[in-house]
Design a protein around this ligand. Sequence first.
Ligand code: ADP
Ligand code: MG
Length: 310
Amino acid sequence: MERINDTLNKWANGGQFQERYNRLSEQVLHDPHIAHFLKENSSKISEEMLNKSMGKLYEYSTQSKECANCPSLDGCINMMQGYHPHLVLRGNYIDINYDRCPRKEHADEKKKHEKLIQSLYVPKEILSASIADFDFSSDDRVAALEKATEFVEKYTPGSKMKGLYLYGKFGVGKTYLLGAIANGLARKRISSLLVYVPDFLREIKNSISDHTLGEKLEMVKKAPVLMLDDLGAETMSSWGRDEVFGPILQFRMLEDLPTFFSSNFDFNQMKNHLTVSQRGEIEEVKAARIMERIRYLAEPVLLDGLNRRR
Ligand code: ADP
Ligand code: MG
């Protein structure tokens, strides 16, 4: 980066200083932003002040304002990437303040937003899902979308609102819709935790040995909005059902914390899935207890349509 004073010195030493200085002043004074600033503050700016500030004004004229001369944030041409200049009066000279440019503000905002959606094992593409992109090619899709939109619009932290239990065939967009809800909530500064159940159970089992089980369970229990994706795709052991999911769902019921599910199974199939233990035992009462919690927490919504995965 070449400082303006260095440039001026070089020119001065190179001779023809006056001529170049005049040309520089002309460039400065023809800059519409500068002309506007000088006009607005004409009562406070003397000729002497103007001359003293010529270096600053030249620096200002070379910088992109409102991202007008930059192709992107990465391609920002300004001395400080992501910052654009504003002219200010400081005592008896004109100075420059650098503030975040619109693109940088937008990028920072986006980063903050992404932090609001924690995701355990959910594909990146889902994290950019948007309700606006959801296709409503059938009535039940419209209904699902309406319920999702209603939740995003109406939910406020601390209030009691049922989540959704999205069920339907593989590839119809259940995970996508959960991601879109999470994104909608993030815009309201509400943080969601998306958990892909089969991987979560595997991880939870492994964390028994490294003593992080309690911590992980706590995080899932207390997530402001929890989305349990693909429940039923795992091989649920009695332990997973009664020691992991049972307490998580119980806690969320008591605390009125919104909980969403997605599954290939409807409620009946889910009940069967939870009933048969890996050892082949039929554990109806325990399964019924979990089903009761799921029903309490979420409204079943069928999502149909074509398989989008090819
Ligand atoms: P499911 O969870 O029901 O099995 P997914 O949500 O994973 O289905 O969707 C299957 C594929 O289709 C994914 O690659 C997903 O990104 C894509 N997809 C789903 N719905 C949409 C949509 N409305 N717009 C664009 N892509 C979508
Ligand atoms: Mg899915």
